[in-house]
Design a protein around this ligand. Structure first.
Ligand code: C5P
Length: 253
């Protein structure tokens, strides 16, 4: 199966990671956020606490929702999970590229007929894995080579894009077509602490590198004024997008 043509990124580029241990806290922040200015992400912890009901509540509030459950199983099981996610009405969902081509093709096939098929992403190599960890699980290539190889496989298997480190965006843009969707966590505004992220990039630099969507958690959720933090990030992203479009236009002249 060849890669499908994805829509170019549109709308808010910031996806706020609702990494809260309970549904009430996630909903409390969501109530203060404007769905026309950001998207939201629900990961494994919050989903395990809040379940599909929470996902439906957030979507009901008008948010585009990235269900970040990184499915990795036999093709039939992953296809069923992706179909269930599409039925919930999520905007974006992801699988592990290490599940292989047949698993990714099954995921693509499963959502193809949904009323509004979610954007389907693959995770290549978890950014928490160092070279030593990769050797230990039998991956002899460098992390960069593995990321490119798996991203190409994801593209050929019908994925719309990958989740990757902002440091990998330029490399992937050189190796894959421009419409391939690149979603990057590991974003830290100037002055914000890195927390447990090792290789971080500012929102503006990530957009200038070619990132489509930025996943941002603690710089918004763990500060005194989340709305002010999000406003500052969005302003930086908007400025970078204007610059990027200017650069693209100049390059094509
Ligand atoms: O708080 P912070 O901005 O670091 O949150 C980043 C979010 O992106 C978290 O939900 C984390 O699980 C997710 N993520 C990541 N690195 C990856 C994949 C996902 O940080 N490689």
């Amino acid at each position: 199966m060849s890669g499908v043509t994805v829509q170019q990124a549109t709308g808010p580029r910031v996806i706020v990671a609702l990494d809260y241990p309970d549904a009430a806290s996630a909903l409390a922040l969501a109530d203060r956020l404007d769905p026309s200015r950001c998207r939201v992400k629900v990961g494994k912890e919050l989903f395990t606490r809040g379940g599909p009901a929470l996902v439906e509540q957030l979507i009901g509030k008008g948010f585009d929702l990235f269900l970040d459950l990184k499915y990795h199983d036999i093709p039939n099981t992953v296809a069923g999970a992706c179909r269930a996610a599409a039925d919930l009405g999520v905007w974006m969902v992801n699988v592990h590229a290490l599940g292989g081509r047949r698993m990714m093709e099954a995921a693509r096939e499963a959502v193809a007929h949904a009323e509004r098929p979610p954007i389907l992403l693959a995770v290549t190599i978890l950014t928490s894995l160092g070279e030593g960890d990769l050797r230990e699980i039998g991956l002899e290539d460098s992390a960069g080579d593995s990321v490119v190889r798996l991203a190409r496989l994801a593209h050929r298997s019908g994925m719309d894009g990958v989740v990757c480190s902002p440091r990998e965006v330029r490399l992937l843009r050189r190796n894959l077509n421009q419409a391939f969707c690149l979603v990057t966590p590991g974003i830290r505004p100037v002055g914000a602490g890195a927390d447990d992220q090792v290789r971080v990039m500012t929102p503006g630099d990530a957009i200038l590198s070619g990132s489509d969507y930025l996943v941002i958690g603690r710089p918004v959720t763990a500060v005194a004024d989340p709305l002010a933090a999000l406003d500052a990030i969005t302003a930086e992203v908007d400025q970078a997008l204007v610059r990027r479009h200017g650069d693209d236009a100049a390059a094509s002249e």
